[in-house]
Design a protein. Structure first.
Length: 403
């Protein structure tokens, strides 16, 4: 005798919802004509699952019963590979015509009782919430993805694509989601970043290549420059019809790949952008040059490269004005505000303003755009010296302009 019962399911699917009871039903039919069959249901991890109406039952000859496996409420799905399993154990029970749960549990506890393992039903936890949890967790496997993806709609797959694209090791998941119908041009609702931009920021070349082949239209050069991935910059350029001025293409905030590389101190990408014609002096919507961004990040090598690549002295460039608390600032001022003292010497504007004041050039002092807190503070230290040399007018102009 191979089996005592027939189970009308090969596997079970639980559509996961956070903090809800998730259920799946299955039917068991006795194959024995002459006597009752006792049934016992179990799982490897009983703390997660229960059974309804009970985990034990008595089936009269050739009768059937419907059982429900219940995933107890939990915030996160208990995803494992291989999956959890419902085991269906059975035993002939000729002496049990009627039995309650207590009697059946006592029956199955008998040490010499021959128990058949009639079925093993894998439990697949599915749905968009399970997919999201899998992608946000660590150690996601292709087998789990394969079981969950068919339960999701294309919009749900597209939302999941944004999670997978932002994972530095998410290439396999990105490929699987795209194959199942995810939109390669998906964007985040907040901020509008595209899937390929997230993949570039994560530095996953596999995801970037798969997205491009699937039809992703965005070419996030700023993101590639920021993470110093010259290989991704060159790949994106090869897969686009961008012109020779790609290094000066600005985003909505006026930032070019040169700005992005400078902000992160990505020297290899910065050097590539500059060698391809990127403007080291271009300002963004706030009036920040790449040098301002390099100074804000404390990046010495990028700062030096930008100064050497500029046709004029970029130390003199100032940000856009505004309210009194948004005074125009040089890269030196920003370095001072950020406490990047290792940049002071290279960013100081060669003391042109202070030299002008010391030489009595009142007009130059008054007209200079470089008056700011940092320079003024340094200049005021020398004010008594200037007055002693007869340059009181220059000192007064410096102080008055600063005020």
């Amino acid at each position: 005798m191979d089996r005592l019962v027939k189970v009308e399911a090969a596997e079970l699917e639980l559509h996961f919802r956070p903090s809800y009871r998730c259920t799946a039903t299955f039917k068991i039919t006795s194959l024995i004509h002459t006597m009752p069959v006792a049934v016992k249901l179990s799982t490897v991890r009983p703390s997660f699952y229960s059974f309804s109406p009970d985990a034990v039952a008595l089936l009269p000859p050739l009768s059937s019963a419907v059982f429900t496996v219940v995933l107890l409420p939990t915030a996160e799905p208990p995803l494992v590979s291989p999956p959890d399993v419902v085991f269906v154990g059975t035993a002939l029970a000729p002496a049990l015509q009627r039995a309650n749960s207590v009697a059946l549990r006592h029956f199955f506890s008998r040490p010499a009782l021959p128990i058949f393992r009639d079925a093993s039903l894998p439990i697949h936890i599915i749905g968009p919430h399970a997919l999201r949890s899998l992608l946000l967790g660590s150690g996601s496997t292709s087998s789990l993805l394969a079981s969950i993806i068919p339960s999701c709609t294309p919009p749900e797959l597209s939302a999941a694509l944004l999670l997978a694209a932002g994972d530095s090791s998410g290439g396999n998941a990105v490929s699987a989601l795209l194959s199942a119908g995810a939109n390669p041009n998906s964007r985040r609702a907040v901020g509008g970043r595209s899937a390929i931009a997230l993949a570039v920021s994560a530095g996953c070349a596999e995801s970037v290549e798969v997205l491009v082949k699937a039809g992703a239209a965005d070419r996030p050069l700023n993101e590639a420059a920021a993470v110093n991935r010259t290989d991704l910059i060159l790949f994106l350029l090869a897969e686009s019809d961008l012109g020779l001025d790609w290094a000066d293409m600005a985003d909505a905030d006026g930032r070019t790949p040169v700005h992005a590389a400078a902000a992160e101190g990505s020297v290899d990408a910065l050097r590539l952008c500059l060698s391809c014609g990127g403007d080291p002096e271009r300002t963004d919507a706030r009036g920040w040059t790449p040098l301002h961004y390099a100074a804000a990040g404390g990046h010495l090598e990028a700062t030096s490269l930008l100064i050497k690549s500029s046709d004029f002295n970029p130390r003199l460039a100032v940000t856009r004005g505004g309210k009194w608390w948004l005074r125009r600032k040089t890269a030196f001022d920003i370095a001072v505000n950020k406490g990047h003292s290792h940049l002071f010497d290279i960013l100081r504007p060669e003391d042109e303003l202070i030299r002008a004041a010391r030489c009595g050039k009142v007009a130059a002092v008054s007209a200079s755009p470089l008056i700011d807190e940092a320079v003024l503070a340094e200049a005021c230290l020398d004010q008594p010296v200037w007055e002693s040399h007869g340059e009181a007018a220059s000192a007064a102009a410096l102080v008055n302009t600063g005020n």
